[in-house]
Design a protein around this ligand. Structure first.
Ligand code: GLC
Ligand code: CA
Length: 565
């Protein structure tokens, strides 16, 4: 590093109370990250054993998907006890050790809270089943009488995200079919009633429990879903996100209702009462940006995933439009943008970008939308690498989903009988679900599970493609052109360049098939989305490019970071 570069090095993010405005957060899907005890399922011991990988990668924080006791009907998003650790993943003392070790390595720790629904095995839901209609126990959930002659039709027309009606009928103590309960996801995930004070108290206690153990923040599952229309009005086919021409005073009966904001104001006060203040990132699918940024007002959540960016095809005009809208809307309320290319619910970027981008719909996110389109995986990987540099150069924070740093594709040929995602069965095999992005990581070139489990262990919970040895961490380590080394170089530069992270950008006109912008001081990012080589500014030096040997001209599907004079 030259003296000038050293001078521009910004202070360690870990010590900055506003770290979350610039942080790069690495998403750990614990089932699939690393398995320490050989049962074929990732665990906390595995995460601890691979903290060195995250340190070398250069991320600022980790977000861990739910690790609480769970019957695993939706991979841990069916929580039966919010204040303990699922035995498959380890123990509370393993969790405490991990938090301490992560902090010791300068990494913040974000957990995942699931406030829309519990598991049907949660003590409160079990009590509600026993207590019967009209009981205080049932009031914590959303029980209703059915419609139709014998109450044998669901109370309204709401649909589950996992297919079919959003209601399940229970059998009452006398053995007869009885009330129905709302569950917007799997039948084993009953929605809780946020009009009930016990629910507020339970989640406050949960937040405090983990904050007291040093956890730095929470990703909030289905944050836009907590409040339902008290009248339980039919949706009458009203889709969500709301169609673009829906007037602003119309609300969906169970998504993004105005009352949800009061809950997050309450949570913000709790987070702010800690030193340093704890932070939130919302999983909020609402389509329209002004409805998203409403959650980011100064007394609500700190950040929310920008899923519009994630769903944009790899096309210059579409990417520019979503970046522009995001930055403008976030600036209005002073919140940083949060860029994301994938997660455990979404077909991996390499495989999305491998398809003809003009054929990709604006809301396509699952494998089912892509599998029948022709694929060019080399192009997919090039584009994913370019998109990574674009993402990490944009103003704000970013998330990396485990395996993106290896350039992993979606696994598209998991045998139907090996699939675990409840979406698959819930839709009668019409939706191929999300298992393809949840396959256990390859760490080594050889070995029965490519280093995911110790040798001689049970097979991984989802089968790994045998070819994945060649994209393993070990295989990529020594290859300077590997995706792993690209991510490492980008994250190292991101820490050195004061221009990166929070702030703003200035667009530069680079033609219809490119995006180019500058950031002060002295930084530019250029991305070529088109087929033809694109000349770079003559006075710029290439700091890093998503393909090797970029000099003066940017090839197709390539991004470059530049130092300007
Ligand atoms: C979120 C999670 C997803 C889960 C759902 C229900 O969308 O990311 O994995 O299935 O919520 O909790
Ligand atoms: Ca294990």
């Amino acid at each position: 590093m030259s003296t000038a570069e050293a001078a521009a090095t910004r202070p360690a993010l870990a010590a900055d109370p506003l770290w979350w405005r610039s942080a790069v957060v690495y998403q750990i899907y614990p089932r699939s990250f690393a398995d320490s005890n050989g049962d074929g399922i990732g665990d906390i011991g595995g995460i601890r054993s691979r903290l060195g990988h995250l340190k070398a990668l250069g991320v600022d924080a980790i977000w861990i998907n739910p690790w609480y006791p769970s019957p695993m009907k939706d991979a841990g998003y069916d929580v039966s006890d919010y204040r303990d650790i699922e035995p498959v993943f380890g123990t509370m003392s393993d969790a405490e050790a991990l938090i301490a070790e992560a902090h010791g390595s300068g990494l913040k720790v974000i957990l995942d809270i699931v406030p829309n629904h519990t598991s049907d095995q949660h003590r409160w839901f079990q009590a509600a089943l026993v207590a019967g209609p009209g009981s205080p126990e049932r009031a914590r959930f959303i029980f209703r009488e059915g419609r139709g002659t014998n109450g044998d039709e669901p109370p309204n027309d709401w649909m589950s995200e996992f297919g079919g009606p959003a209601w399940t009928r229970v059998t009452e103590a006398d053995g007869r079919p009885g009330q129905w309960y709302l569950r917007l996801f799997a039948p084993e995930q009953p929605d809780v009633n946020w009009d009930h004070p016990d629910i507020h108290a339970e989640f406050e206690q949960t937040l405090r429990f983990w904050f007291d153990r040093g956890v730095d923040g929470f990703r909030i599952d289905v944050a836009h879903g907590l409040v339902k229309d008290p009248g339980m009005a039919d949706a009458n086919g009203l889709t969500f996100p709301l169609p673009a021409d829906t007037p602003d005073d119309i609300d969906h009966p169970h998504w993004d209702r105005p009352g949800v904001h009061d809950i997050f104001r309450e949570w913000r006060r709790i987070a702010d009462s800690y030193d340093p203040p704890r932070v939130f990132c919302g999983e909020i699918w609402v389509g329209r940006t002004h409805r998203l940024t409403a959650y980011l007002r100064p007394d609500e959540l700190h950040t929310a995933f920008n899923f519009e960016f994630l769903m944009s095809p790899f096309l210059a005009a579409s990417m520019r439009e979503t970046i522009q809208t995001t930055l403008a809307s976030h600036a209005q309320i002073g919140a940083p943008a949060t860029w994301v290319l994938g997660n455990h619910d979404i077909c991996r970027p390499v495989s999305r970008y491998a398809r003809p981008q003009e054929l990709v719909g604006p809301t396509d996110r699952n494998l089912s939308h892509y599998i029948d389109l022709p694929a060019d995986f080399d192009a997919g990987l090039r584009r994913a690498r370019a998109a990574a540099l674009l993402t990490l150069a944009l103003p704000g924070g970013a998330y990396i989903y485990q395996g993106e740093e290896f350039g992993l594709p979606e696994v598209e040929d998991i045998p139907l009988e090996a699939m675990q995602d409840p979406v698959v069965a819930g839709t009668n095999f019409e939706d191929l679900g999300r298992d393809g992005c949840r396959v256990p990581l390859p760490w080594t070139t050889d070995g029965s599970s490519l280093g995911f489990s110790p040798d001689g262990a049970a097979p991984p919970w989802l089968p790994q493609p045998s070819a994945w040895g060649s994209v393993s961490a070990e295989a990529q380590e020594s290859d300077p052109a590997s995706t792993l080394n690209l991510y490492r170089a980008a994250l190292a530069l991101r820490h050195q360049q004061t221009a990166l992270g929070d702030g703003d950008l200035t667009w530069v006109d680079a033609g219809p098939n490119a995006l180019a912008f500058t950031r002060e001081p002295g930084f530019a990012c250029w991305v070529n989305f088109g087929p033809d080589p694109l000349p770079l500014p003559a006075d710029a030096a290439v700091l890093l490019a998503s393909e090797p040997d970029v000099d003066g001209v940017l090839p197709a599907d390539t991004a470059a970071w530049l130092r300007l004079p």
